[in-house]
Design a protein around this ligand. Structure first.
Ligand code: 4AD
Ligand code: MG
Length: 462
């Protein structure tokens, strides 16, 4: 009888038995009378030994890396002291090539390695994905998404799938991808937040894992034109509850990864020094952050009234201290997180810097200066902002005034405004950039390594 077919990860059940395994040639080593192959099937890696007749066929001589093969053989424990993935190896007695791969100059490994030109790596992302690092990042990504889903389930937060084609903006008109929708203007969604808010009175607390799109002409380590956005919205909470919830969900999801030996191994391979963050996370108000930046001599680029960067005689940007009302730019934020070295919530940003829907902080008597909002960004070392959240304006007239201030036509938002008419409540939520979270956890230089097929200005292929 044909022996049973097994995935590599399940082979432990078949020691000393005959099995059939399919996969791709990951590594190959030829010796005189023996050939070793490391087989890869996506679930793991298996050492395979070809001896005697199995090593003398034409196929064995022409076998190339990345060929797809089927093998039948006996699974043997490797002697102690010898290393093999899983502690065993397959001694082959019959095999065939299912899909050959080119050798010589056309071989995948001759073409691509970590030192290859970034644009060649990007063009060949479909082949790069077969490498150990890229596939480990994708595996960790899958584990994280599943950990978040189970954490939300434990907190009674329900998953929904909002639309990507929309006719309203959330985070400002400047970063919208516009398209023609049967003769009407429409956009690719920037955030599912407004839709999540409408679900509260239907499902209670909700979350979604949905692609968001930003036409941002930023060639930075942390900006994508399309990214996976994990967003949640919670009813009957206050601002403090919101920050505590964000911290809880992230920490409990990370704990799930570290409670499982297989996913811990993934993290440790990618980021050997990773440890779970300590709770509670540090919280720093926007005003204190501005003071902190100045105490640490962290400057930012000066701008004129139109928002253009001021240049000195040598054409270098003029650097000035931070003042209340200034945006904390990516560079300053990164320096800050590098010094602090652990997660930190910045909260209470000026309304001027933030989106129209954010709840304002109550003003103290006689207070002047900017109006602050119940908003927070969670910053992580090496990455900076990974979460943006806020309490939302719950009052109808206040929301109408906010549209007006931003120059937003309230008409297309009638459904969002209606929420304030039919049983409004205090509520808030947040969005987490999945690629940024992964860049932090897997210690990747850029979010481009954390997306299956990353998109950035000028790149939508493969
Ligand atoms: O701070 P943002 O723009 O907030 C929102 O969109 C809110 N409406 C979310 C909400 O409250 N439901 O985006 C949230 C997060 C950021 O903190 C960042 O991690 C990620 O989304 N993000 C990006 N990730 C990659 N590339 C980009 N261009 C991103 N823009 C935002
Ligand atoms: Mg933000």
């Amino acid at each position: 009888p044909t022996p049973i077919k097994s995935k590599i990860v399940r082979l432990v059940n078949y020691r000393d038995k005959r099995v059939r395994v399919c996969g791709w040639v990951h590594r190959k080593r030829d010796q005189q009378d023996i050939m070793f192959v490391v087989l890869r099937d996506g679930t793991g890696y298996l050492q395979v030994v070809f001896t005697g007749q199995t090593n003398k066929t034409y196929d064995a001589v022409t076998l190339q890396l990345e060929a797809a093969i089927e093998l039948t053989g006996t699974l043997k424990l490797v002697p102690e002291g010898q290393k093999a993935p899983g502690g065993h190896e397959l001694v082959v007695d019959y095999w065939k090539v299912l899909g050959p791969a080119p050798g010589g100059d056309d071989a995948f490994t001759n073409k691509l390695n970590e030192q290859s030109d970034p644009s060649i790596l990007a063009d060949n992302r479909h082949l790069v994905l077969r490498g150990e690092t890229a596939s480990n990042v994708l595996r960790l990504r899958a584990a994280l998404l599943s950990a978040f889903r189970s954490t939300y389930a434990e907190h009674d937060v329900i998953e929904v799938t909002p639309p990507c084609l929309v006719q309203t903006q959330v985070e400002g008109g400047a970063t919208l991808f516009k398209l023609d929708y049967y003769g009407q203007p429409a956009f690719l969604t920037q955030s599912s937040q407004l839709y999540l808010e409408t679900c509260l009175a239907s499902l209670g607390d909700v979350f979604c894992i949905q692609e968001s799109f930003r036409a941002e002409n930023s060639h930075t380590r942390r900006h994508l034109s399309e990214y996976t956005h994990l967003e949640a919205e919670l009813a009957f909470i206050n601002f403090d509850d919101l920050m505590t919830h964000i911290e809880t969900v992230i920490c409990e999801s990370v704990d799930k990864i570290l409670a499982n030996p297989a996913t811990t191994a993934l993290v440790k391979t990618l980021n050997p020094s990773f440890t779970a963050p300590e709770r509670p996370f540090k919280r720093m108000s926007y005003s204190d952050a501005i003071a902190w930046l100045n105490e640490h001599g962290i400057l930012h680029e000066a701008e004129d009234a139109e928002g253009n960067t001021l240049k000195d005689a040598d054409g270098k940007p003029v650097m000035v201290p931070h003042a209340i009302g200034d945006d904390i730019a990516e560079a300053a934020e990164r320096q800050m997180t590098d010094i602090i070295g652990k997660p930190v919530f910045l909260y209470g940003f000026p309304a001027e810097l933030k989106a129209f829907y954010m709840q304002k902080m109550p003003r103290k008597e006689g207070e002047t200066g900017p109006v602050f909002t119940e908003s927070c960004d969670l910053l992580m070392p090496n990455v900076g902002e990974i979460v943006g959240g806020s309490m939302r304006i719950a009052d109808g007239p206040e929301l109408l005034a906010a549209y007006g201030r931003e120059g937003i036509d309230p008409k297309p938002y009638y459904w969002y405004t209606d929420m304030r008419k039919y049983g409004t409540c205090q509520h808030g939520g947040y969005g987490l950039g999945v690629e940024r979270l992964l860049a932090w956890m897997a210690n990747r230089y850029t979010v481009r390594e954390c997306s299956l097929y990353p998109r950035w200005p000028g790149r939508a292929t493969p």
